[in-house]
Design a protein around this ligand. Structure first.
Ligand SMILES: CCCCC/C=C/C(=O)SCCNC(=O)CCNC(=O)[C@H](O)C(C)(C)COP(=O)(O)OP(=O)(O)OC[C@H]1O[C@@H](n2cnc3c(N)ncnc32)[C@H](O)[C@@H]1OP(=O)(O)O
Ligand SMILES: NC(=O)C1=CN([C@@H]2O[C@H](COP(=O)(O)OP(=O)(O)OC[C@H]3O[C@@H](n4cnc5c(N)ncnc54)[C@H](OP(=O)(O)O)[C@@H]3O)[C@@H](O)[C@H]2O)C=CC1
Length: 276
């Protein structure tokens, strides 16, 4: 397979680990990185999902099962990259998620579970990659997948808070690890059409596209292009940045005018000019 937008071999020689790379956005990112010439190691907890994905993605893709929340597993994942390829250039921290309930229905245990996965797992993987592969090699790139809209996502209060924490850590680690040549950035994903959305209530899924000004969900290949761009040399210069890919969803509060604001003619009244 070749990339639709990047030159053949754009990422030739790079070794990239994608957590959650067996499904959805992670799998699409892995496919694009492979198309650009990288060698890719996908990871996740389910062996059968990873084995099937790697098989379909081709010979430059391999897999290692592990839980990103466990330090020993994170170290094993990084070590697998080093053993197979002798290096790890880029880590894509894509594994994450949450469940959809109103804020007041989130139990403390649920907050902890979502925080542990999204903040804990991301930092555990990033630290393992930095300590074992990138700092010793004198460089590397960490890409943290987060969430748009940034003003908070109804039904996902725990995840909104957790991803905000990841974006804060992204900026801080970008500064802390810069002397070692390690760049850290975040890719804030809007609403994308992945099989994972099937777990949300039907009405929530169906209405999701209407919360996006562009009027449609993102396509997985669009997110994959952003990941490939961030894995390119340009990504290093974007260290400390959060790049949002969401069809203008961030800070959008809904269609203009909101219900009740227009007058009988359908127009929003304008302010009378004061003179003198
Ligand atoms: C429709 C438009 C949306 C667009 C935006 C999309 C964003 C996306 O991210 S889509 C990708 C979604 N993918 C995932 O969410 C996959 C990963 N998610 C998970 O694995 C779970 O959500 C997890 C983070 C909660 C898993 O953590 P784990 O430690 O395994 O948690 P437990 O299942 O043991 O549950 C612990 C605790 O959490 C509360 N809880 C969990 N699920 C629910 C639920 N569905 N409803 C209410 N509460 C839930 C609960 O307190 C659990 O404790 P117990 O009740 O004692 O089991
Ligand atoms: N789809 C969307 O609209 C959006 C998605 N996102 C984020 O993008 C990422 C990918 O989403 P998407 O592809 O849609 O969803 P998926 O549910 O398909 O992706 C989650 C992936 O993470 C893996 N994973 C989950 N927990 C762990 C863990 N503890 N250790 C290792 N791997 C784990 C899962 O594999 P396994 O279960 O085998 O471990 C799975 O492959 C997630 O972080 C998601 O929250 C953000 C904004 C919007």
């Amino acid at each position: 397979m070749t990339s639709q937008i990047f030159a053949d071999g754009a990422l030739e020689g790079q070794v990239i680990a994608v957590t959650g790379g067996g499904t959805g956005l992670g799998r699409a990112a892995a496919a694009e990185l492979l198309a650009c010439g990288a060698s890719v190691v996908i990871c996740g907890r389910r062996e059968e999902v990873l084995a099937e994905a790697a098989d379909e993605l081709g010979p430059r893709c391999s897999w290692v099962a592990g839980d990103v929340r466990e330090a020993a597993d994170a170290e094993r994942i990084v070590d697998a990259c080093l053993e197979r390829h002798g290096r790890l250039d880029t880590l894509v921290n894509n594994a994450g998620g949450q469940y959809f309930v109103p804020a007041e229905a989130i139990a403390l245990k649920g907050w902890r579970a979502v925080t542990r996965l999204n903040v804990g797992g991301t930092l555990t993987m990033a630290t393992a990659a930095y300590d074992r592969a990138m700092r010793p090699a004198g460089g590397g790139m960490v890409i943290n997948v987060t969430l748009s809209p940034h003003h908070g996502l109804a039904g996902m209060t725990h995840s909104s808070a957790a991803r905000a924490a990841v974006e804060g850590a992204t900026r801080e680690l970008a500064a802390a690890w810069a002397p070692d040549g390690v760049a850290v950035c975040a890719a804030a994903a809007g609403h994308f059409d992945t099989p994972a959305l099937d777990k949300y209530p039907e009405s929530v899924r169906t209405a999701a596209a209407r919360t996006v000004p562009l009027g449609r969900l993102g396509r997985v290949e669009e997110h994959a292009w952003l990941i490939a761009l961030l894995a390119s040399p340009l990504g290093r210069r974007l260290s400390g940045s959060v790049v949002t890919l969401d069809g203008a969803r961030d800070n959008w509060f809904g269609p203009w005018p909101p219900a009740g604001m227009a007058d009988e003619s359908g127009e929003v009244p304008t302010e009378e000019r004061r003179r003198g």
